[in-house]
Design a protein around this ligand. Structure first.
Ligand SMILES: [Zn+2]
Length: 433
């Protein structure tokens, strides 16, 4: 851990790269990309071979399975997949993330696709990450004396070691007892709170019940899509004007909200190509322009992004995003009355259910072509009627057949990523998006 490196990155991300115009963003990306490709030709056997016959924009797309299958040739620090996987699994089981592989940290990501992902990060990259996250999260004005509480599903000992007089981190393991976590949080008195929405909802409940005394200055969500209904509830319970977001996944730190609460892509270090899904939405293909231990090059993410129609008033030239929606795999497929397959984005379903009444927790799972299983924490007739009515109205609006609905009891599961809208039914090949 090098405080000098963290500080240098912090200063650069916060003040040296204002990137006020698109031209400045694109110049920076082109320069970093040239440098990254030179590096890959020298150090990554996988990319060295490909770059002999392909230009950058002809490189085959990567995804989690390519990354896992070709891990040994892709990474540039000589780490073998089986060795890294064994260590990451042992760390995950013991929930003691102190063990590293040489100087590098390894970890597992659950992802939402069901595959297990493996990530490897060098000390330099770790420091750059910490510096960038600090630059993006610390409020304007006084920069010292911040206490940052991080709730994470799995990670290494990185965060605890960052403590200094200027900024201290405290790491909370979401697998441990939440009542205990909330007591610790109350003692720590964070100025900045970073947690997945599902955890923030529990913290919000504690604040409402009076078991959490001091409220943070800023609240950030990570790791899960922030639903509109959750946002309002978390903000009001934690006394926030708005809930900020860090769009961070194994593949990189991809976006953040500005002071206006608008999401901006981190185009100062990540290149985003767009694969259009419809007139508005795209799925990003990302190239991390700086990550070297485990290169991320033309990597197709499953997320669905909707760009903002108007520029953000904050003046940043980084692309502004209206919403990050549920994973593409969680787009439901309804059957149109004309026989077509109609995609129903998770966000669309979630918004439809905003109008239904009587419950707090829900989960919608499409288990078959025309069958939804909807789990609710309240199952009385009034509630199920209200939900059925909203789902049917949505189907009608979209010109689709009304799906059959089976209601079940909602069960909490803190160990999996919260996905409120899920499709387990895979459909037939031509119905896939
Ligand atoms: Zn902005």
């Amino acid at each position: 851990m090098s405080k000098v490196r963290i500080l240098r990155e912090f200063v650069a991300a916060r003040w040296w790269r204002p990137l006020r115009t698109r031209a400045a963003v694109e110049r920076r990306q082109a320069r970093l990309l040239r440098r990254q490709l030179r590096f890959l030709r020298r150090r990554s056997p996988y990319f060295r071979d490909l770059l002999e016959t392909h230009a950058f924009d002809e490189l085959p797309l990567m995804d989690k399975s390519v990354m896992m299958n070709r891990f040994d040739e892709i990474n540039t620090v000589g780490v073998r997949r089986d060795e890294a996987l064994a260590l990451a699994i042992a760390n995950e089981r013991s929930r003691d993330f102190a063990a590293d592989l040489g100087a590098n940290s390894v970890g597992l990501s659950s992802g939402t696709s069901g595959h297990r992902g493996l990530f490897i990060v060098s000390p330099r990259e770790r420091d750059a990450w910490v510096g960038t996250v600090l630059a993006r999260t610390l409020p304007r004005g006084k920069l010292t004396g911040h206490r940052i509480a991080l709730f994470l599903r799995a990670d290494n000992s990185l965060y605890e070691s960052v403590g200094s007089r200027a900024v201290s981190f405290s790491y909370f393991d979401v697998h441990t007892d939440m009542a205990e976590n909330i007591r610790r949080l109350d003692d720590f008195q964070p100025t900045i709170l970073v947690a997945p929405p599902s955890v923030l909802r529990l913290i919000a409940r504690a604040a409402e019940a009076g078991t959490l005394g001091v409220l943070p200055q800023k609240v950030y969500t990570v790791a899960e899509v922030l639903e509109v209904a959750d946002e309002g509830r978390i903000a009001s319970a934690l006394g926030q004007e708005r809930v900020h977001q860090l769009y961070q996944c194994t593949e990189g730190f991809l976006a953040h909200t500005c002071e206006q609460g608008v999401i901006h892509l981190n185009e100062d270090s990540v290149l985003f190509e767009r694969e259009p899904l419809d007139d508005e939405r795209f799925t990003p293909i990302i190239t991390d322009l700086r990550r070297r231990a485990q290169p991320i090059v033309r990597y197709r993410l499953g997320d669905v992004l909707r760009p903002r129609a108007t520029p953000c008033p904050c003046g940043s030239a980084l692309t502004a995003i209206e919403r990050i929606e549920g994973r593409e795999g969680d787009t439901l497929l309804f059957r149109g009355r004309d026989g077509r397959t109609v995609p129903v984005f998770a966000d669309v379903m979630t918004r439809a259910l905003l109008y239904a009444e009587g419950f707090d927790e829900y989960r919608v799972v499409q288990t078959h072509a025309s069958l939804l299983e909807i789990a609710l924490d309240v199952l009385d007739d009034r509630t199920t009627d209200s939900v059925r009515h909203e789902v049917q109205s949505l189907a009608d609006r979209l010109g689709c057949e009304r799906p059959e609905i089976v209601f079940t009891a909602y069960e909490r599961d803190g160990s999996v990523k919260l996905r409120r809208v899920v499709r387990t039914w895979r459909g037939t090949a031509d119905e896939e998006l």
